[in-house]
Design a protein around this ligand. Structure first.
Ligand code: GLU
Ligand code: ZN
Length: 497
């Protein structure tokens, strides 16, 4: 790979609209890894110039999401830096100044066309087989014409004057990309009400913040010729100092059925993974695979390994498929890799933060003892929490899953539950081994049942579900009193017709 010569400065610059999604997280990760790989600076900028759509809640979620993923930023909100502020809503004076400089230099002009007029002319262009972009109507207005529009009370937008000619750049991911001459029309930088648009603020800040590499999703490919052109103008006006940044467009992320992963798919939201108890290690590992890999034969690698090895020229240009099953399986690997105490600690945080459970000292002890029973069996912390729920729930709130009850707490199984209750009631030494011996004697030997038939109803009675941690250990941890109470109420349920 070729290493950048100047110090690397990359940015992650989402708009705080709605939930952070996995595509965004992938963009953040690749920028972060590129910065770390080259000893550069990872800038986090918030593009919140659209007051209608932006929200404080979403802004806070963005910060929390990057922190959850473990992607630390060198400049940005709550961290500061030499090019701040890093929220565009706090930089409006800069954009206004740049817009007037562009107007003064005639690199931009005021356009007085109404949207109805534009629509009519676009239709006509389409019908005549001409390019549908802005037709340049106001490009060369005389002062007199402009003044007449103003006198009419017409509002005006600020449009950038696109230079003639084709646009070509060598994309870090896609190689040479060309937009032929005439394809990109003059575009709006500032709305009639004075609000600056993404088309202006994004390249202006990239210039002011001395960004050297722009790594972002392929959906933004068509804005690149416009931004290159604007950078050119900013350079001529002395607003941009350094050379043009290099661009790399990361591949689309496809969901089910090879459609672009949509915001409506639940698995597209990063919060989904936080709430289900995926590990950040698993998530960053899987996100990395959406376009990159450490090597052909190694799917599992840590964030640090990625940072050490990341090579933008090895990012695959073809669309990546988001496969929830693969993501989950990888997460399960990462769960098994945690050492015992770390798994307990993560589970504790998950129970508190995602399940709102405030465990007392006994609860903490229970988790510590029981975690080992489930660590190998779950793919997410959420599954672990579900499996251990029966141990942590207040006795009054314990309930058997209705479907599992209907299957196993039946009249047919009534004798099994009675025999188990009787045998365990007499047990003095409440240990896993003694519990197992007593249940085997009562049910397998005593009632001549197969283990599956014998233990299924007992499992549902005490854990509430057909899937649980190992039964005898579970009984030991639950304790004699609670186990018997649950068995007795299962006997009641099973005696109902
Ligand atoms: N705020 C833009 C977005 O979220 C940033 C795009 C870019 O990286 O240039 O789509
Ligand atoms: Zn116009």
């Amino acid at each position: 790979m070729t290493s950048p010569t100047a110090p690397v400065r990359v940015r992650f610059c989402p708009s705080p609209t709605g939930n952070p999604h996995v595509g965004m997280a992938r963009t953040a990760l690749f920028n972060w890894a590129f910065a770390r790989r080259h000893g550069g600076t990872f800038v986090f900028r918030i593009e919140d110039t659209d007051a209608q759509r932006d929200s404080e809640e979403s802004y806070l979620q963005l910060l929390a999401s990057l922190r959850w993923l473990g992607l630390d930023w060198d400049e940005g909100p709550e961290v500061g830096g030499p090019f701040g502020p890093y929220r565009q809503s706090e930089r409006l004076d800069r954009y206004a100044a740049v817009a007037s400089q562009l107007l003064d230099a005639a690199r931009a002009y005021r356009c007085y066309c109404s949207s109805d007029e534009l629509e009519v002319r676009r239709e006509a262009a389409r019908a005549a087989g001409r390019a549908p972009g802005y037709d340049g109507h106001c490009r060369e207005l005389t002062d007199q014409q402009a003044n007449a529009f103003v006198a009419e009370g017409r509002p005006s937008v600020v449009r950038f004057r696109m230079p003639d000619g084709a646009f070509t750049w060598t994309d870090l991911v896609r190689g040479d990309v060309t937009f032929p001459a005439g394809e990109v029309g003059d575009y709006v930088l500032v709305r009639a009400n004075g609000d600056p648009l993404y088309t202006l603020v994004n390249p202006v800040d990239d210039a002011l913040m001395q960004i050297t590499h722009v790594l972002r999703g392929e959906d933004l490919l068509s804005s690149t010729p416009r931004q290159l052109a604007l950078w050119g103008a900013l350079g001529e006006l002395g607003i941009a100092e350094g050379p043009l940044p290099e661009f790399g467009h990361l591949p689309y992320v496809m969901g089910e059925g090879n459609k672009k992963l949509s915001k409506r798919d639940p698995e597209s939201s990063l919060l989904f993974y936080v709430e289900q108890g995926y590990l950040p290690e698993g998530m960053t590992n899987y996100l990395a695979l959406l376009g990159w890999s450490l090597s052909e034969d190694q799917d599992r690698f840590s964030l640090q390994e990625m940072a050490d090895a990341f090579d933008i020229s090895r990012v695959n240009a073809s669309p990546a498929r988001f496969d929830l099953k693969k993501c989950t399986a990888l997460n399960a690997d990462w769960i098994r890799l945690l050492d015992g105490p770390e798994f307990v600690a993560r589970l504790g945080v998950f129970l508190r933060e995602q399940r709102g459970m405030h465990l007392d000292a006994d609860g903490v002890d229970t988790v510590r003892v029981a975690a080992a029973l489930v660590q190998e069996r779950v793919e997410t912390l959420g599954q672990a929490a579900d499996m251990l729920h029966f141990l942590l729930v207040e006795e009054a709130d314990f309930a058997v899953d209705p479907a599992d009850a209907a299957k196993l707490l039946t009249v047919d199984n009534h004798p099994v539950l009675e025999a188990a209750t009787g045998a365990l009631g007499e047990l003095e030494n409440w240990s896993t081994e003694a519990i197992e011996a007593s249940l085997r004697a009562a049910l397998i030997d005593g009632l001549d049942l197969k283990p599956r038939v014998a233990f299924g109803p007992v499992r549902v009675a005490i854990s509430g579900r057909r899937v649980s941690p190992p039964l005898f250990e579970s009984l030991e941890i639950l304790g004699k009193e609670r186990s018997l109470a649950r068995l007795e109420s299962a006997v009641q349920i099973a005696s109902l017709p």
